[in-house]
Design a protein around this ligand. Structure first.
Ligand code: F6P
Length: 367
């Protein structure tokens, strides 16, 4: 820990895909900072706002009043590629990638801030780590509905997303049963199947497919036909967007380009078509998509977000930089940013939630 710096003003940014609870973090961090006599500026549209004049906003009590229960981010956010890279085509027509971290640091200097609270997922934490290595006093706050950030027990936004997905699965049960159909519910989760596993299990899905466990169509269809034989003429399959068949690739809606990650999507429709062909059962798809990211955070996500926001300010006060606040139940602590970005937190295959699914007879695609 470094000696405590004199803090007069801090900045807050929200980067990457939004997650319910962002506004609660902004509110808690702002009130905790104002309470210490500091000023607070919000950077609009994630780190992108550091590169453009007029993209900051003063955060005062009025600005953060009544926002804890709101989805989205009052600062806006950005998930379009790496904001510390600019792509230019040179005179030979070759694309050059230009590192813009110096401009980001200059942008922060212009705002005359003593510390930055960077709220985001793995991408934003990696950028925060780069800033920290360059001497910026930064504290990260973990956010992602996918819950795939290492170094924290859970991220805010995950429970809300899992609740939306569970509610959808609950609702689909009655219509699936009435029509004797198979429903494939595609949920978010690029590389980690937390949303699929938790919502699928809570919602009583028959098949749950995760990025961590490649599936075979044989296994999935066997389960559906077993149910058919036992008089259960409908089935619910929950598939994470990043699920893939053994030896296959993830289903991509649009490929990666110009520094932007590939957009996943389509596994639900693909699976439904294959299941229908193989089993003869009418199979439909529901893609929950961004519904899982929108709307009110659950009380627990809201509380976690408030705790993270206040803890980030306490970390700044203590001069604890280059860290991310983290839930280590029952406490909120800090962990080095390096740890947070060391790997993605995927579903442990020997964990008790997976064992529970297997004990309940849920097909995970690998049987
Ligand atoms: O990381 C959260 C997430 O919701 C992923 O599950 C999903 O693949 C991605 O964001 C979608 O991001 P965007 O809205 O930028 O396309």
């Amino acid at each position: 820990m470094r000696p405590m710096p004199p803090v007069r003003r801090i900045a807050i940014s929200t980067g990457g895909g939004d997650a319910p609870g962002l506004n609660a973090v902004i509110r808690a961090a702002t009130l905790a900072a104002l309470g210490r006599g500091w000023e607070v500026v919000g950077i609009r549209r994630g780190f992108v706002g550091l590169f453009e004049p007029g993209e900051s906003v003063v955060l005062d009590r009025d600005r953060v009043r009544g926002i804890s229960h709101l989805g989205g981010s009052i600062l806006g956010t950005n998930s379009r590629g790496n904001p510390f890279e600019r792509r230019e085509v040179d005179e030979r027509g070759v694309e050059q990638v230009i590192d813009t971290i110096d401009q980001a640091i200059a942008g922060l200097r212009e705002l005359e801030v003593d510390a930055l609270i960077a709220i985001g997922g793995d991408g934003s934490m990696a950028l925060a780590h780069r800033l920290a290595k360059r001497g910026v006093a930064v504290v990260g706050v973990p956010k992602t509905i996918d819950n795939d950030l290492e170094g924290t027990n859970v991220t805010f936004g995950f429970e809300t997303a899992a609740e939306v997905a569970t509610d959808a699965i609950d609702r689909l049960h009655s219509t699936a049963e009435a029509h004797e159909r198979v429903f494939v519910v595609e949920v978010m989760g690029r590389y980690a199947g937390w949303i699929a596993l938790h919502s699928g299990l809570a919602g009583g899905a028959d098949v749950i497919l995760l990025p961590e466990i490649p599936y075979t169509l044989d296994s999935v269809c066997r389960k559906i036909l077993e149910r058919e034989r036992s008089g259960r003429h409908f089935s619910i399959v929950v598939a994470a967007e990043g699920a893939r068949a053994v030896g296959g690739e993830r289903t991509v809606e649009s490929p990666a380009s110009a520094g932007r990650a590939e957009r996943l999507g389509g596994i639900g429709h693909k699976l439904a078509a294959e299941i229908e062909e193989r089993t003869g059962k009418e199979s439909r798809t529901v893609v929950l998509g961004h519904l899982q990211r929108g709307g009110r955070p659950t009380p627990r996500d809201r509380l976690l977000a408030l705790r993270f926001g206040a803890a980030a300010v306490r970390a700044i006060e203590a001069g604890d930089f280059g860290v991310m606040v983290s839930l280590d139940p029952p406490d909120v602590l800090t962990v080095p940013l390096e740890r947070a970005i060391s790997r993605l937190k995927t579903v442990p295959l020997d964990g008790d939630t997976i064992l529970t699914a297997r004990d309940l007879g849920v097909c995970l695609g690998d049987g």
